[in-house]
Design a binder for this molecule. Structure first.
Ligand SMILES: [Fe+2]
Length: 546
């Protein structure tokens, strides 16, 4: 992560430098190129500093010296007032001299200077007391100045190098902190991409992660399904505190989706009109699909001293939006793949059902009823989906049963019954190599088990029978009784439901039966009509062909 750009730090005399030179009887000032001194935290409390920096005589001399130094490539020590030497250290920014560090060295000659009284007066110091203080300083004379200048300049360079190193350490530390934040966020989001399987949940956890990392009161994500055509987004996630403001934010974001350019985020500064909330920054990062803006990831109401959106804020939002785009694309691909898989299974089971006109559409109807039962039992979306698939393929093993047995009118002999009873195991064998199909396989293998243990193929009883299989067993029996056969007409729904109730606790799970009885069968009725119409069309076609 790149660092936030910072202005170059002005090099000035540090407190540490001033303290060390002061111990040697030297005052260190910083002044601009016109000789105007700059404020110092060490100023005011020290008599020597006052004698140098508050005396008009000295300050005028300093200004004159600066004028001369400005013309010198390497300015040299200058005696500003008799007995007071200035050692200039040029300060440059981008190769331009902008200031001077000035070491002011009072020498013993100052005590004989005709300006001494004026200096004390300017600094509001008693001349006699001041003289006694100067006499106690480490002795220096004008002949020592050149040697002292070498030491002062060396000390200055060391201190500036130390400050520069500190600045580098501070910058590296800050960048490390920012990098950690980004890596931590990306790690969390990436982990969520593998653990979360629906867009709503992924958007929600991503907003929560951002809310924890960024100093904003709100993080909101909204995604529209088909490219900004609806008034209400398909997916919305909010991390923040107040639902009222969240609704406002969603409306605000929905407007932005319609106007945003796909190639850059929208950033509202604290004083920009059009932002969300007054006096605080808002970042809106577009979420794209195929280059089109389909949503917006927003961080609003910054909670920090610096109210502007920082480059770190922008980086994290951009990274999170990219992950959302990848997740949504993957979710779309997974949905397509799942639909294709289901379509293939439907075709396969339809071809088996079609062997017998009386079982036409049976698998789809059992799948739908099983799904409804699973939903009514409060199963999660994933399990509901698995139950649906298991219902769809529950009789796939009939593909291995001779057609003459499947379509035989009337009663089957013992040998034929054996064939039929083998279909759950054959179905299991056909499907067992499909990855992650374990729960579906259980439904296929055990859908003819009975609650009392008298079923097949394993004679399981009660809760030993997998729940998926117990659900399919009820749906299967319901549709079988509702459907007509060559040897009987389909039963009335009320009769079928009464039969299921009567067999509750013997053939069927006594907890599932009441749930099944309470289902809404209108969708089932629609599906029966659809299959009946398709079968009649088939009969008509066969009639014309004959
Ligand atoms: Fe079956």
């Amino acid at each position: 992560m790149s660092s936030v750009s910072r202005p170059t730090r002005m090099l000035v005399a540090t407190d540490r430098q001033q303290d060390r030179l002061r111990e040697a009887g030297i005052v260190l000032l910083t002044c601009d190129t016109n000789g105007r001194t700059m404020p110092s935290t060490r100023a005011g409390a020290d008599w020597l500093w006052s004698l140098v920096a508050r005396s008009g005589v000295v300050l005028r001399a300093l200004a004159g010296c600066c004028e001369a130094w400005n013309d010198q490539e390497r300015p040299t020590p200058t005696e500003g007032v008799p007995g007071l030497w200035f050692v200039p250290i040029p300060i440059e920014e981008r190769r331009t001299r902008t200031a001077y560090g000035v070491a002011c060295i009072p020498c013993t000659e100052i005590l004989d200077s005709e300006y001494f009284s004026a200096m004390c007066q300017g600094a509001r110091l008693d001349a006699t007391w001041c003289r006694s203080q100067l006499e106690m300083l480490p002795p220096a004379s004008s002949t020592d100045v050149d040697r002292l200048a070498v030491l002062v300049r060396g000390a200055w360079q060391d201190e500036q190098r130390r400050c520069s190193d500190e600045q580098v350490i501070e910058d590296v530390g800050r960048e490390l902190g920012e990098s950690y934040e980004e890596i931590n966020l990306l790690y969390s989001i990436t982990r969520n991409m593998t653990e979360v399987d629906c867009p709503e949940r992924f958007l929600s956890v991503t907003c929560e992660e951002l809310r924890q990392q960024l100093p904003y009161a709100w993080v909101v994500a909204l995604v529209e399904g088909t490219g900004a055509t609806s008034e209400v987004p398909d997916h919305v996630a909010v991390a923040g505190d107040s639902s009222r403001e969240a609704d406002d934010l969603v409306r605000f974001g929905t407007r932005l989706v319609r106007s945003a350019a796909p190639d850059r985020p929208i950033v509202f500064g604290p004083d920009d009109p059009g932002g969300f909330g007054d006096g605080c920054a808002t970042i809106a990062q577009p979420i794209l699909r195929d280059g089109q803006v389909i949503g917006m990831l927003m961080a609003a109401c910054k909670e920090a001293d610096d109210q502007d959106a920082s480059s770190v804020d922008m980086k994290l939002m951009s990274a999170a939006a990219s992950h959302i785009e990848i997740f949504l694309e993957n979710a779309g691909l997974y949905e397509d793949l799942n639909a294709m898989f289901l379509g293939t299974l439907e075709s396969l089971t339809a071809s088996i059902d079609a062997k017998d006109r009386y079982t036409c559409g049976h698998s789809r109807r059992v799948a739908m009823l099983s799904r409804q039962l699973a939903e009514a039992c409060g199963c999660d979306a994933n399990l509901v989906n698995r139950v649906h698939i298991a219902g769809l393929v529950h009789d796939v093993g009939k593909i291995g049963v001779p057609e003459r047995v499947l379509v035989k009118p009337g009663r089957l002999d013992e040998h034929e019954v054996d064939w039929i009873r083998r279909h759950p195991e054959m179905g299991h064998r056909i499907l067992r190599d499909i990855p992650n199909f374990e729960d579906v396989l259980e439904g296929v293998l055990h859908h003819h088990e009975r609650w009392d243990g008298s079923g097949y193929p394993c004679s399981l009883s009660g809760n030993d029978i997998p729940r998926v299989a117990r659900m399919i067993a009820i749906a299967d029996a319901f549709d079988a009784m509702m459907s007509s056969r060559t040897y009987r007409r389909g039963m009335a729904r009320s009769q079928v439901l009464a039969e299921l109730e009567a067999c509750s606790g013997t053939q069927f799970d006594p907890e599932l039966v009441p749930v099944f009885l309470s289902l809404d069968f209108s969708s089932y009725g629609d599906l029966v009509e659809e299959h009946t119409a398709a079968e009649e069309d088939g009969d008509a076609s066969r009639g014309r062909a004959a």
